[in-house]
Design a protein around this ligand. Sequence first.
Ligand code: UDX
Length: 454
Amino acid sequence: MKITIIGSGYVGLVTGACLAELGNHVFCLDVDQAKIDILNGGGVPIYEPGLKEMITRNMEAGRIQFSTDVAASVEHGEIQFIAVGTPPDEDGSADLKYVLAAAKNIAKHMTSFKVVIDKSTVPVGTAQRVSDAIRAELDVRGLQDLNYSVISNPEFLKEGAAVEDFMRPDRIVVGTEANESGLYAKELIRKLYAPFNRHHERTYYMDVKSAELTKYAANAMLATRISFMNELANLADIVGADIEAVRQGIGSDSRIGYGFLYAGTGYGGSCFPKDVQALTKTAMEYQLDLKILRAVEDVNNLQKSILVGKILQHFGEDLSGRTFALWGLAFKPNTDDMREAPSRVIIRELVQRGASIVAHDPVASEEAKHALSIDFADAPELLNRVTMVEKPMLAIPDADALIIVTEWKAFRSPDFDLLKQQLKTPIIFDGRNLFEPSVLSEHGFIYQGIGRHN
Ligand code: UDX
């Protein structure tokens, strides 16, 4: 099938590459010429395991192309995926200007029936706005009879596992309109996703608004689990319980399950923070106060500073002259994404109290430099106290303590004897509960996890 993907960002590239891999002919559009040049030159502007190889393979096979040519992109595919960004605007609502601009562009150039798919995470009611935007533009062109159908098909891709998630989906959610165009569009999508439904049906067909809400509900539920466990972990710390034992104890209940119950320094990334806020805002627009979700966000904001609290308790409020080794900058492993990363909050709060940071991340250093330059825009001189090093152990010599913020696999089995020897004091503040407290005690460390009982 011939498919157009509007927006060659994270979601767009993964979707485009995977659909090309399945034998479709994919046209990826972006307004950013520099990005398109990188892609055409064989590069990939984001880090995602397996993506570069997949894009290269499909470029060589002539199944994927990258361009800024809007007219050609509209001409190419009967199916037009909208996968542009929906950044939060000032009040936390999803900003739809790029989505609506994409819709308008389709309508400006289309000469035949199009299925327009909302892939970006968009608030309930957006498909209707996309539809209205297309209709308005077609009216301007005097093409009242030209038809189209807007579908909601949200993505459920985890960064770092996006290719795998796309190729082996738990489920595919498709929301279609209950009219003739909608039925036609549904059949087209059924064909497009047929390779994923070979052994059993994984696609859930529903109305458009339910599909839009499903995406937010999934992320809000997952974020809620995390904030809930983080609060319990903080209680466990106070009463001397072990959150890991509690996780296993409750996870064994099949209604609860083990996954997504890991306490830590809070969730980050491009989805949970943004989606929790946007859903709260959507409800507010209808005078409904989603109290649980507001609390989920509040708890998460506090949780990002939880390690700082533990550090201050140990070293006192004034950290002048102290140096901390910090492992892990990205908001989670296997990505260089620094959006809403807890490391940003931790670094800022420590540096503001006089500390220096020597940080290591396997892939996110460059992104981190960029993110920190924004965070420290009001006091750029403080950034001199943040250094990045290329290997985890290079951060250690003479550090007052080691802080772990992201659970990269490479941090899981350090040489504890060397670590102890090189740290000024053998203290580890572990924001991702990588180690067993008893093992670390045996090695002679003072070890503080999140809700872990020594
Ligand atoms: C998430 C959803 O999982 C995905 O389905 C959706 O499409 C986009 O948002 P992503 O943001 O890539 O994906 O990362 P995910 O692996 O879900 O982790 C999100 C955050 O939660 C990370 O900061 C992670 O460290 C944190 N987390 C996750 C916890 O703190 N505890 C957990 O138990 C799980």
